[in-house]
Design a protein around this ligand. Structure first.
Ligand SMILES: CSC[C@@H](O)[C@@H](O)C(=O)COP(=O)(O)O
Ligand SMILES: [Zn+2]
Length: 212
């Protein structure tokens, strides 16, 4: 099997799993996987499609500038440049972008601080932080409508082969050395977001009960 076909299958599997979680509402989300490094080529989801559906043209191959390589009937994701930054600045092999209610609400609550920090949580180990008092900081960038500007805002935070950045009231982009690692980072982030929202809600409820 060619490397392109192998990577198509890997990305299709992730797409199916994330679709099962209902993380592609309203055609949102885009996924990418590296095929080769020098020169860079990666597969990215086609723009504007319902990513819950399986078609013969779900992915296309693009170069380091996000331009399609070879003949295709579909357009690369509108947010391909963000994936270009990740592969251009790290040795990541896979990058995933989803919009969820939890990641949007967290990005709005902590947006003015420019980051959300998690501490004392077992799942921080998913980011490769094993110390007892480890922290995991997820930067939050503004949701620039201009995609080159949005990609430039993401760029300084691509410091490691795994990571995640929240885009305020938009979604999250997470990446890792390979498909398994990228999905692990993404799922760990979404767990932490859901935990934080549940905790805030529980604390607010407790306060109301105690005031009675
Ligand atoms: C209508 S969903 C929002 C889109 O503008 C975008 O943010 C997104 O995630 C999907 O865009 P796409 O071009 O299909 O990859
Ligand atoms: Zn998006």
């Amino acid at each position: 099997m060619s490397i392109v076909v192998t990577r198509i299958h890997e990305l299709a599997d992730i797409k199916e799993e994330l679709a099962a979680r209902d993380w592609f509402m309203g055609t949102s989300g885009n996924l990418a996987i590296k095929v080769q490094g020098e020169p860079l080529q990666f597969l990215v989801t086609a723009s504007g499609k319902d990513k819950r559906k399986k078609t013969n043209e779900d992915f296309l191959l693009v170069d380091q500038d996000g331009n399609s390589v070879g003949e295709t009937n579909v357009k690369p994701s509108a947010e391909t440049l963000l994936h270009c930054e990740i592969y251009g600045r790290s040795n990541a092999g896979c990058s995933l972008h989803v919009h969820t209610v939890a990641n949007n609400v967290i990005s709005e609550i902590y947006g003015d601080e420019g980051k959300v920090v998690f501490k004392g949580q077992e799942l921080i180990k998913a980011f490769g932080r094993w110390e007892e008092d480890a922290e995991w900081e997820i930067p939050i960038i503004p949701n620039h409508a201009d995609i080159p500007k949005l990609a430039a805002a993401l760029a300084p935070f691509v410091e490691e082969d795994k990571g995640a950045v929240l885009i305020r009231n938009h979604g999250i982009t997470a990446w890792g050395k390979n498909a398994f690692e990228a999905k692990k980072v993404l799922e760990a982030c979404e767990f932490l977001f859901q935990y934080e929202l549940a905790l805030l809600q529980a604390k607010a409820n407790l306060q109301v009960i105690r005031q009675k």
